[in-house]
Design a protein around this ligand. Structure first.
Ligand SMILES: CC(C)(COP(=O)(O)OP(=O)(O)OC[C@H]1O[C@@H](n2cnc3c(N)ncnc32)[C@H](O)[C@@H]1OP(=O)(O)O)[C@@H](O)C(=O)NCCC(=O)NCCS
Length: 193
């Protein structure tokens, strides 16, 4: 089924579901994006679960010029004109979005340009994310606010230090308990190399 892909790296161990547009972006191993995604200028780490209607890297129009229309500043604007002001003003239309590892994003989420989402974060359905999201934070709403953290500060520090998303598939298989039980400090102490 159709996925429009341009200047992008989609890992063979990841999945972008149909009717999605994926440009200037990358998605790493074991991550997926649901139906009807618009993903632009975005880096997505490993083990991310991104639900349907996701949008990131939508672009920025300047708000301080006489007009917000790209016809006055963009060289790549879809509508032809004879104004030709493109070279007079440099506007950074796209700032990269970065999504860490093991991030769960609910349905209908928008992430604004330039935002960094930390490892292990959860973004609630229908959120509009306008600011960076800390590691393991759960954010919700418009604009998205932190409603809680998934784990204690001590566990979050240990998970970050572990960076389990970089483990080999062999090491992951050896540590079935770590992935199939509720998180505790004891569970972290039982990890096998
Ligand atoms: C973010 C989420 C995981 C939180 O679940 P949870 O940890 O069980 O949290 P709770 O349901 O206890 O909600 C905690 C608070 O956040 C609020 N909240 C939950 N989801 C919200 C949302 N999408 N938008 C705004 N507020 C939300 C709750 O109303 C509650 O508020 P309160 O403390 O004032 O009562 C869940 O609500 C969500 O959005 N899941 C995504 C579902 C989805 O899109 N699935 C698609 C398939 S992957």
């Amino acid at each position: 089924m159709f996925v429009y892909k341009k200047k992008s790296a989609i890992s063979s161990k990841s999945r972008v579901f149909p009717f999605s547009r994926f440009t200037n972006s990358k998605i790493e191993d074991f991550s997926y994006i649901g139906l009807f995604a618009f993903v632009n200028n975005t880096s997505i780490g490993k083990y991310c679960s991104i639900s349907m209607n996701f949008k990131s890297g939508l672009g920025i129009h300047p708000t301080s010029l006489a007009s917000t229309s790209p016809i006055f500043y963009s060289k790549k604007y879809a509508i032809k004109s004879s104004f030709g002001f493109g070279r007079l003003k440099t506007v950074n239309e796209y700032k990269r979005v970065t999504i860490g590892h093991d991030v769960w994003i609910g349905a209908d989420v928008i992430i604004m340009d330039g935002v960094k989402v930390g490892n292990g974060a959860i973004i609630a359905a229908k959120a509009v994310v306008t600011k960076d999201v800390p590691n393991y934070a759960v954010v919700a709403g418009v604009p998205a606010k932190c409603i809680k953290y998934r784990f204690s500060g001590e566990i979050i520090s240990k998970l970050e230090a572990l960076s389990w998303w970089d483990w080999s598939e062999e090491k992951i298989k050896k540590n079935k308990l770590f992935f199939t039980n509720d998180m505790t400090l004891d569970l972290i102490d039982q990890i096998k190399d």
